[in-house]
Design a protein around this ligand. Structure first.
Ligand code: BTN
Length: 246
């Protein structure tokens, strides 16, 4: 059972913890609760309007998943915007490997996979104040034991399939995120690449509604995916690009 006290005790960083039974989206609640100089963590048992990237929804059934969002004050010293999405992917995959004792792969840019099925999605949103980004909302959804996916997700979504303590996994993931996002990407990009399930593969990327076939060859320090297409190297950076395996 999710517990504010357990999570607060387990987290090493200074974080204000809020635990709910059901919310619309932990990202939305974290945005509302975010405050200057504080790091806010919102965890929920279920979401009624879980958000994914590119305006998609994130299936968030009650009790069988873990849904949390961190609101981070980006005026904190040492904050590093470059490669943030890669930092979060590495941080959460480390936590899953340690707590669930299962290997997990990273699909660019920050989906986590087990046996070719997506088990975790990450949504990073910036909150702006004028022209400055004042807060970052990092949302993480992990399918822990979900089996009853809707038809359209049956073939592509999976879960950790382990009976793990969600409080322990939350604390581990949050501490890892707060550690890595203040580091230089050089310190974690090799781990990201070594755990990528995309590098070396032929992929299809969709840009402005048009599909292109290319080979994923590298990931740069900013988290851009370098692909080779018709003998030319192109770096894919936009959040609007989606990548599929061929
Ligand atoms: C994706 O796969 O496109 C990203 C999914 C992110 C889902 C998490 S669940 C917790 C947080 N709250 C949300 O509404 N979304 C993120």
């Amino acid at each position: 059972m999710l517990s504010k006290d357990s999570i607060s005790l387990l987290i090493k960083n200074s974080v204000d913890v809020y635990v709910y039974d059901t919310v619309t989206s932990t990202n939305d609640v974290a945005k509302e609760l975010s405050s200057e100089n504080r790091c806010i963590l919102v965890v929920a048992d279920g979401q009624t309007n879980g958000r994914g990237r590119q305006g998609k929804s994130f299936f968030s059934p009650h009790d069988s998943g873990l849904y949390f969002s961190l609101a981070i004050d980006t005026s904190s010293p040492g904050f590093n915007f470059t490669g943030i999405t890669c930092a979060v992917a590495v941080a959460v995959s480390r936590a899953i490997r340690k707590i669930a004792e299962t290997d997990v792969k990273i699909k660019w840019v920050n989906d986590l996979y087990i046996d070719n099925k997506k088990v975790c999605g990450i949504l990073v949103q910036a909150v702006s104040k004028g022209s400055d980004i004042s807060k970052l909302i990092v949302g993480v959804g992990i399918n822990i034991s979900t089996v009853d996916f809707p038809d359209e997700l049956q073939d592509i979504a999976g879960s950790l399939g382990k009976n793990i303590d969600r409080n322990v996994l939350t604390a581990e993931a949050v501490d890892n995120i707060l550690d890595l996002i203040f580091k230089n990407p050089e310190e974690y990009i090799d781990e990201y690449k070594n755990n990528s399930n995309v590098l070396g593969k032929e992929i299809v990327y969709i840009q402005n509604g048009i599909s292109h076939t290319a080979t994923a060859v590298d990931i740069d320090k900013k988290g851009g995916l370098i692909v080779e297409k018709d003998g030319e190297k192109i770096t894919l950076t936009s959040g609007e690009i989606s990548v599929r395996f061929r």
